[in-house]
Design a binder for this molecule. Structure first.
Ligand code: NAP
Length: 249
């Protein structure tokens, strides 16, 4: 069986860290990408190594083309040919109405969430597609329930960026379906990570929980399990598909 080598963008914290860890448990060599928080990424790598797995931490801003190319080149050099990508890196900014948002904010949110996912998907397809001599693989995009809900009064920009991720998933899945690559998306609901503090409301999960049919927020590990299912051969006939991990919301 071919080696399983996965790039997890934003793999040092939150959902990405849970995904890196679970992927290592399931036998993947893991490239834990990070943007700024080197310590968190290195602690995920150390935990994986301590458990007998293989992982590297690679700094790269997914919104910068040269960084993304270097990310994939480093992974190929240090771990081997990439067989999977988890497009997880994502940001949101301070909760506010659209009529209060600056052009700079739109650019930052769209750059990381949309451009970053597109660049990483491109580099993955260039390496994994049988059309390019690759052995095939799987891409999992981390979208959001926000693409369905719209996030009014909080971050319509972020929600719209996740709408683009839904469409990327549908289109790219069809484009590479005959080339050995499956492309799917996991759409988390409100999950207990530090992302909510960056929106200005660290306690958002507990406030929103009462609007969730299951009456609670989710844990990063619950999202990671859905991501790993889409990465695995257990989902061999699924592409262009979505799993909502959102407690019924
Ligand atoms: P988080 O805890 O804030 O972690 C975000 C991760 O993304 C960090 O590892 C961060 O790197 C990385 N990142 C940010 N900008 C980057 C860039 N330009 N290049 C590379 N990496 C970058 O967030 P999270 O909650 O785990 O979110 C992960 C994904 O799930 C995101 O796409 C988010 O939109 C999505 N999601 C989350 C929720 C939720 O409720 N938590 C709900 C729906 C969807 P550093 O560690 O270096 O800062």
């Amino acid at each position: 069986m071919a080696a399983k080598i996965v790039v997890v963008t934003g793999g040092g914290r939150g959902i990405g860290a849970a995904t890196s860890w679970l992927a290592a448990e399931r036998g993947y060599a893991v490239c834990v990408n990070y943007a700024r928080d080197k310590a968190s990424a290195e602690s995920v790598v150390a935990r994986i190594a301590k458990a007998g797995g293989k992982a590297i931490a690679v700094q790269a801003d997914v919104a910068v083309e040269a960084d993304v190319i270097r990310l994939f080149e480093t992974t190929t050099r240090d771990l081997g040919p990439v067989s999977a990508l988890v497009n997880n890196a994502g940001i949101l900014e301070q909760q506010t109405r659209l009529d209060e948002m600056s052009a700079g904010r739109f650019e930052r949110v769209f750059a990381t969430n949309i451009l970053g996912s597109f660049l990483c998907a491109r580099e993955a397809v260039r390496r994994m597609s049988t059309k390019h001599g690759g052995a095939g693989g799987a891409i999992v995009n981390v979208g959001s329930a926000a693409s369905r809900l719209g996030s009014p009064g909080e971050y319509v920009d972020y929600a719209a960026s996740k709408g683009a991720i839904d469409t990327l998933t549908i289109g790219l899945a069809k484009e590479v379906a005959e080339e050995g690559i499956r492309v799917n998306a996991v759409r988390p609901g409100v999950i207990r990570t530090a992302i909510h503090a960056s929106g200005g409301e660290p306690g958002r999960v507990d406030r929103v929980a009462k609007f969730v049919p299951m009456q609670r927020g989710g844990e990063p590990e619950e999202v990671a399990r859905a991501i790993l299912w889409f990465l695995s051969e257990e989902s061999s006939y699924s592409t262009g598909a979505f799993i909502d991990v959102s407690g019924g919301r």
